[in-house]
Design a protein around this ligand. Structure first.
Ligand code: ZN
Length: 418
């Protein structure tokens, strides 16, 4: 013990004697690095990768450089390497269906299958991908040059009315939970449920879900939830709330985006907004008359098509026709500039401790000039040019996500084994 103390003291003396000029100041080292070098040495994470939806698709191979299809195939290993993307939260997404016991059962099976598929990818490529169960895990995996696979839930609908199902997902490594999607569900109101006459927040079951997420040590995600539901989450959660893929009403007044006031509340609690690159939420996009007519015809051909209610065969035919339609009459696209407007606005309002990126890759995200994850270094380049430092970028690209996850981990209560 004594010798260690002496050794440490000797090192301190040596360090004190060393001429200051021998070590270039941090600022100078930063100035010497190119934006690409800075991007490369940061841990770069995205908070909302919808890529698991591709895992069971015929022809998709995460190890191959798949052709980019906007909104569908934007993430694979070669693209991640080119874009310096170290990984992120891989989403277990379940579309909203009817609130019936049978539909809950079907949705739970589908969500568990999706989680199985995520785990299977990690197991099949252990030299390239690894499941992360904690912030420490994520940082170690990225430092080893592998891709980080954290898991998250988008839409808690599959949990049904039984909150204890959340622990099933926690035990599989899921560390973040989004309560609501396009439509109101058993947990609360959606930001985009146009059929609803309510504009309420969380239901009593929704409050229970937030408490259970806190108890387990999971991050609460308010993306897709109504503003009132996000406010309920902020009030209820003992740890900061995140919005994994959301934009700003100040740039485009859409119900899926949030006001500056709500953004400030998120930040005051220590939370983060991860900026979305979903064209329809970035700006008002108009379908061409041909596309609008084709969409109308498709709806007429498949009236009331709905997951977990429509039979699987009809649903598959609908999706196939939908893809054909998109190929023939491509949806209008937003731009990299518009995406940066949202990101810059968030940075101006709450600063780099509370902003990150969750582009909705493979879930509809992607814009002209940033079509897939290989274009991510452009964001670093732009933010550096605007005066943000490497330290700011470290937080924006993953530091904030890790801070929020650590807060959830620290708040975790002892959960009895079952
Ligand atoms: Zn989404």
């Amino acid at each position: 013990m004594r010798s260690l103390v002496l050794a440490a003291a000797a090192v301190a003396v040596l360090a004190a004697c060393a001429p200051k000029a021998a070590e270039p100041p941090v600022e100078a080292a930063q100035a010497a690095a190119t934006p690409a070098e800075i991007h490369d040495r940061l841990m770069v994470l995205d908070s909302h990768l919808d890529t698991p939806a591709n895992f069971s698709r015929p022809g998709f191979d995460i190890m191959q450089d798949n052709p980019t299809i906007l909104g569908e195939v934007q993430v694979d290993l070669p693209k991640m390497k080119r874009g310096g993307l170290d990984g992120g939260y891989w989403v277990i997404f379940t579309p909203q269906g009817p609130l019936t016991p049978q539909a809950y059962d079907a949705a739970l099976k589908a969500a568990l299958t999706r989680s199985d598929e995520i785990q299977a990818v990690a197991a099949a490529h252990p030299d390239e991908f690894e499941l992360a169960y904690s912030a420490d895990d994520a940082e170690r995996i990225a430092a080893e040059g592998k891709r980080v696979m954290l898991q998250s839930i988008e839409n808690s609908y599959p949990l049904g009315l039984d909150i204890s199902n959340l622990k099933t997902f926690y035990d599989r490594g899921v560390r973040m939970v989004g309560a609501i999607h396009f439509r109101d569900n058993q947990f609360g109101d959606s930001s985009t449920d146009l059929t609803s006459t309510k504009s309420g927040g969380l239901t009593p079951l929704g409050f229970e879900l937030i408490k259970e997420a806190n108890r387990l040590g999971m991050v609460v995600d308010g993306s897709h939830s109504s503003d009132a539901a996000v406010e309920d989450m902020i009030r209820t959660s003992t740890t900061p709330v995140i919005l994994t893929h959301t934009g700003l009403k100040a740039i485009f007044d859409h119900p899926r985006n949030i006001s500056d006031d709500l953004l400030r509340k998120i930040a005051e609690q220590g939370g983060v907004i991860q900026i979305n690159a979903y064209g329809g939420y970035l700006e008002q996009l108009e379908d061409s008359p041909e596309r609008a007519a084709a969409l109308e015809a498709l709806q007429a051909e498949f009236p009331g098509v709905e997951p977990f209610r429509t039979d699987a065969e009809t649903l598959a035919r609908y999706r196939e026709k939908s893809a054909e339609l998109d190929a023939k009459y491509p949806p209008p696209r937003s731009t990299f500039e518009k995406f940066m407007e949202h990101m810059n606005h968030a940075l101006e309002i709450v600063g780099p401790d509370h902003v990150g990126m969750g582009a909705d890759w493979d879930g509809g995200g992607g814009v002209e000039g940033m079509e897939d994850v290989s274009f991510l270094p452009k964001v670093t380049e732009r933010l550096l040019a605007e005066g943000y430092t490497e330290d700011d970028l470290r937080k924006i690209w993953g530091g904030n996500l890790m801070r929020v996850l650590r807060q959830a981990e620290e708040a975790r209560e002892a959960v009895p084994a079952q």
